[in-house]
Design a protein around this ligand. Structure first.
Ligand code: 13P
Length: 251
């Protein structure tokens, strides 16, 4: 039987936030989550690594979840400047984003690296959110579904189950641009992702699939209503408590 998919609204703060403002933002989101008293959805914020511990401490007991934006594949060692999944866990994180297109572009991360990072998340007891998505050139060339399939097959480790995996579909051309695919385009991508997951994950029907790319309060209802969309991965709009909570409410 398919596992019930609890919607997840996740905020990716990216390289934004200094302590005072970040704590204020996290507390405002936590307050909204507390007031919402939601049992039917999960809300997560992923601050930059420097703030994970402070944010986790500030929102403790509120129901707001805290995650990392990336992790190294190894648990420790000579990797200057990197952060391990174990360190994120130690700082209070429960989730970690891996394979974001900005990591793939800025740091040349390939599917195999992303897969190793997802395994690292499991090793540390974190839930990985594995990101995939096509570029504009790939979409215009009609390669969207093929690209998603390749990324899924390369980025998801063996042993994945619905309880241990979240997948985020983020078309690269929709990130930070104000452009989004149409609802049928999102539904088609998500349906294909779920179909491909069927060959990788035993209980694929239970895997949560998030949409990301220019999600805001005003388009959240429409995007979240698309078939097979189980939540959102939010960038810019996650930096304003009201806007982010409006998306959480739209579930
Ligand atoms: P925007 O919501 O700013 O488009 O960013 C999406 C994103 O990359 C989330 O990971």
């Amino acid at each position: 039987m398919a596992r019930t998919r609890i919607p997840l609204i996740a905020g990716n703060w990216k390289m934004n936030g200094l302590k005072a403002d970040a704590i204020a933002l996290a507390k405002a989101v936590a307050e909204g989550v507390k007031q919402g008293g939601w049992k039917d959805r999960e809300v997560l914020v992923c601050p930059p690594a420097t703030l994970v511990m402070a944010v986790a401490d500030a929102v403790k007991g509120s129901g707001l979840l805290v995650g990392g934006e990336d992790c190294h594949a190894k648990a420790s060692g000579a990797h200057t400047g990197d952060i391990s999944a174990e360190m994120l866990k130690d700082a209070g994180a429960t989730h970690v984003i891996v394979g974001h297109s900005e990591r793939r572009t800025d740091h040349g991360e390939k599917d195999a690296t992303v897969r190793a990072k997802a395994e690292a998340a499991w090793r540390a007891g974190l839930l990985p959110i594995v990101c995939i998505g096509e570029t504009l050139a790939e979409r215009e060339a009609g390669k969207t579904l093929a690209v998603l399939e390749t990324q899924l097959k390369g980025s998801i480790p063996a042993g994945a189950t619905a309880a241990r995996l979240v997948v985020a579909y983020e078309p690269v051309w929709a990130i930070g641009t104000g452009k989004t695919p149409t609802t049928p385009e999102v539904a088609a991508a998500h349906a294909h992702i779920r179909k491909v997951l069927g060959g990788i994950v035993p209980d694929a029907a239970g895997v949560r699939l998030l949409y990301g790319g220019s999600v805001k309060g005003s388009n959240a209802v429409e995007l979240l209503a698309a078939g097979d969309v189980d939540g959102a991965l939010v960038g810019g709009a996650a930096l304003k408590a009201d806007e982010f909570l409006a998306i959480a409410k739209a579930v």
